[in-house]
Design a protein around this ligand. Structure first.
Ligand SMILES: [Fe+2]
Length: 135
């Protein structure tokens, strides 16, 4: 069951809010694993899951922004691509064995990036999507 997402992160477009909840859930699971000392054991699996899910989510989000004629789509798309590139870089590092220090770094980045991105960048498309009847 998806985690409850705080009001400030909601975009009030059901499919996107559900996907954001899945991303928050993934971060929560990573944080829990780190606290219990299991971060390095799950880091590769978490990154692979995150990479897959980020592709699915960004594609959906960008599709809706395009459909709505959102003017800042290309800049938003760049932010998404940079995020994917960061995750792919970490996947290579994890595969090369740098798991111990990597988990904390990833959790810190995700906690910060994802919350900021959803609370600030994603909120900017809400008005136009709603105006086009996308909810
Ligand atoms: Fe986004």
């Amino acid at each position: 069951m998806p985690v409850k997402v705080a009001e400030e992160f909601l975009v009030h477009v059901k499919v996107l809010d559900d996907q954001h909840a899945q991303l928050f859930d993934l971060i929560d699971r990573l944080n829990t694993a780190i606290v219990s000392g299991k971060g390095p054991q799950i880091v590769e699996k978490t990154l692979a899951e995150l990479c897959d899910y980020a592709h699915v989510h960004f594609e959906e989000e960008e599709g809706l922004m395009k459909k709505a004629g959102y003017a800042a789509l290309s800049a938003h798309r760049v932010a998404h691509r940079d995020f994917i590139a960061k995750i792919e870089g970490w996947m290579k590092e994890a595969a090369a064995g740098r798991k111990q220090t990597l988990t904390g770094e990833i959790a810190a980045f995700l906690n910060d990036w994802l919350r900021k991105h959803i609370r600030i960048a994603d909120q900017q498309y809400v008005g136009i999507l709603h105006a086009k009847g996308i909810k």
